[in-house]
Design a protein around this ligand. Structure first.
Ligand code: CS2
Length: 450
């Protein structure tokens, strides 16, 4: 009989295709690690999971296709179930709390520290027993453990940010400091927040996938997920005794996760965002479509090989090989990975994916002409969406829309301190390079939306 040893915040497609698949394997030998799924914003997924007793299909769509049933989830909490979720976090059997709430879910300022002006953080400081944010929830859960004399659980951040565990730790401690400095000290001394890398290409679930799963398995699954065959999960090797045997299911424990995180964020995610904005401006729909556009694919490959990799050297990783393997993954025709999905939340993603490389290139005098192309393409994409009154999925959507519609959208958007650090804001060469690139791209992209 499965019991609950992990609480997970954010049970979206990526969690269900990635972490839950590892845990599903773990549960074969050790039934203590069932997952309690907590959704903070909406009940849809939780209710669908509950209605299927936590079972759903994971479709592996690659050179070979296969379908497996995942049943790693034992409990389900959504908005309105706060008291039960709180009890669950204080259960001594719970040792790990994993999170996939996307970059914006951590309520961080551009410098990576907790944003005390964020409405959810203001709410949680005023109502610490009824939190709205992940940070508030971890603060409350850890406070309850301390009050009960229990060891802290281990929060494991599974979102695409550099030093994700350290950022989460610092945010939770800063939050706790405002409520109870003793609690903050206890968290700092006792709680471990390992850094991680998570990787597996996982498109959002759509009707097309539901149909494939229905036809191939005969199961009318409301919440199947799909991913490529490749999956990687690297966790910093600091887990305390009593943790599950993560290595037995292929999770890599490593002392230096950030070397891997930096390479993955800049090469894979940097190339993904580039393909997304340039590809959408050229009328492509999926990553595989964009990769079959010879000019686009060769631009992205050159940018990675000649501009991104040099900034990561020296590295213990064979970065060229990693990049080649990444491009091969992007060409997977079996997976329908919408460029529009990758284009979401650009204001949150671009700093880790491209701006860090640009900052380093400027500091060491390397060229940025290619690196600014995706930045220009993002701005043109925003202009196009704003003009067509089409959706912009981004926590800064209102500001981005207003600036994209202004008379000088490039200056206005580059002036956003939430995205572009002061040093780039004052960098005339960077600004000029973005403008030059936008004027070269403009005839191709924005005209269609006008
Ligand atoms: C993608 C990532 O949606 C996006 O922005 O770049 O989700 C990407 O597919 C994963 O990080 C791959 O591990």
């Amino acid at each position: 009989m499965t019991s609950t040893g992990i609480v997970h915040f954010g049970p979206g497609a990526f969690h269900r295709a990635h972490q839950a698949d590892y845990v599903n394997r773990l549960l074969r030998d050790d039934p203590r690690w069932g997952i309690a799924a907590v959704a903070l914003k909406s009940r849809g997924t939780i209710e669908a999971l509950n209605a299927q007793n936590g079972r759903y299909t994971l479709a592996i769509l690659d050179a070979e296709r296969s379908y497996r049933t995942i049943s790693a989830h034992s409990r389900f909490f959504g908005p309105g179930d706060g008291a039960a979720a709180r009890e669950q976090l204080a259960d001594p059997s719970v040792r790990i709390v994993t999170t996939t709430v996307t970059e914006k879910g951590y309520c961080l300022s551009p410098d990576g520290t907790l944003d005390f002006a964020h409405p959810d953080i203001l709410h949680d400081l005023a109502n610490p027993h009824h939190p709205a944010s992940l940070i508030g929830w971890l603060g409350l859960g850890l406070a309850d453990r301390r009050a009960k004399g229990l060891a802290p659980f281990v929060p494991i951040c599974c979102d695409n940010m550099l030093s994700n565990g350290t950022k989460l730790r610092d945010a939770v401690i800063a939050f706790a400091e405002r409520l109870d400095p003793e609690l903050a000290r206890w968290i700092g001394a006792e709680a471990l927040f390992p850094n991680t890398v998570v990787d597996s290409i996982t498109p959002a679930t759509d009707e097309r996938l539901r149909q494939i799963v229905r036809e191939e398995t005969g199961f009318d699954d409301a919440i199947p997920v799909s991913r490529e065959a490749y999956a990687q999960w690297v966790i910093e090797d600091v887990l305390p005794e009593g943790s599950p045997d993560l290595e037995s299911v292929g999770i890599v424990l490593s002392p230096n996760v950030d070397v891997w995180a930096r390479a993955k964020l800049r090469i894979l995610n940097g190339a993904h965002s580039t393909l997304a904005y340039l590809g959408l401006l050229s009328g492509h729909e999926t990553v595989a479509d964009a990769m079959s556009d010879a000019a686009l694919a060769s631009f992205v490959q050159r940018m990675v090989m000649d501009d991104i990799i040099p900034a990561l050297q020296p590295s213990p990783i064979d970065l060229k090989r990693y990049a080649e393997a990444t491009f091969a993954r992007f060409r997977n025709p079996a997976i329908h990975h919408q460029l529009s999905q990758i284009a979401w939340d650009g204001s949150q993603k671009l700093p880790y994916r491209l701006l860090d490389t640009i900052l380093e290139a400027r500091a060491s005098g390397r060229p940025i002409e290619r690196l600014v192309v995706p930045i220009a393409a993002w701005i043109l994409f925003l202009e196009r969406q704003a003009r067509a009154a089409a959706p912009i999925a981004d926590p800064l959507a209102d500001t981005l829309r207003a600036r994209a519609r202004s008379n000088d959208p490039i200056d206005q958007i580059l002036g956003l301190r939430e995205v572009f650090p002061e040093s780039l804001g004052r960098d005339a060469a960077f600004q000029k390079a973005v403008k030059d690139s936008a004027s070269q791209l403009r005839p191709r992209g924005v005209a269609e939306g006008r």
